[in-house]
Design a protein. Structure first.
Length: 180
């Protein structure tokens, strides 16, 4: 895996494709989590989201020093696509794209526990400007679905440190989301 990462980092397109294939299952799980967390706001499948994120990543030519950073970056790309999709859909609902629909086209009501993805995206961008490590932790925990134990192992720190950081990140996000 390290050799594939090094070749991909050096700009080898075939190595990037091989790395993507090796991580496909994990990336698909992350895409499923994004779709699930959208609270019914998405009408695209996790596979479509994953493939759109891959096209976005491939077009940027970004370098990834390790697997965890690649997964975090892929998750942020998926989150950005989800937020853009929700924004586009909201604009259409406000008359940006006038269409007539039947009752069968109506989708299920939003889950009460769903998250306003646009506001969360803005709050995460704000958190990243203040503390990038905390923003990355939120990506890994909330969007990628890693446990605190797994994140601690990735970061080579204690689980207690990650729990403390998670509490701080949640507090900062809560404050940012509830400012009016």
């Amino acid at each position: 895996m390290a050799a594939a990462v090094a070749r991909a980092e050096a700009g080898d397109g075939a190595a990037k494709d091989a790395l993507f294939a090796a991580l496909y299952d994990e990336l698909h799980r992350i895409a499923q989590a994004h779709v699930r967390r959208s609270g019914g706001a998405l009408t695209i499948s996790p596979t479509t989201l994953l493939h759109e994120a891959y096209l976005d990543l491939a077009g940027r030519g970004a370098a990834f020093p390790d697997r965890n950073r690649f997964l975090g970056y892929a998750s942020r790309a998926m989150r950005g696509l989800v937020i853009d999709y929700v924004r586009h859909r909201a604009a259409r609902k406000r008359g940006g794209d006038l269409t007539f629909t039947s009752l069968e086209d109506h989708h299920a009501p939003r889950d009460e526990n769903s998250v306003d993805l646009e506001r969360l995206g803005s709050a995460l961008e704000e958190l990243a400007s203040v503390d990038p490590q905390l923003a990355q932790l939120v990506d890994l925990k909330f969007f990628c679905g890693f446990s605190l134990v797994e994140i601690a192992a990735m970061r080579n720190v204690s689980e207690r440190t990650v729990r403390r950081d998670w509490a701080q990140a949640r507090t900062l996000l809560h404050q940012s989301l509830h400012e009016d």
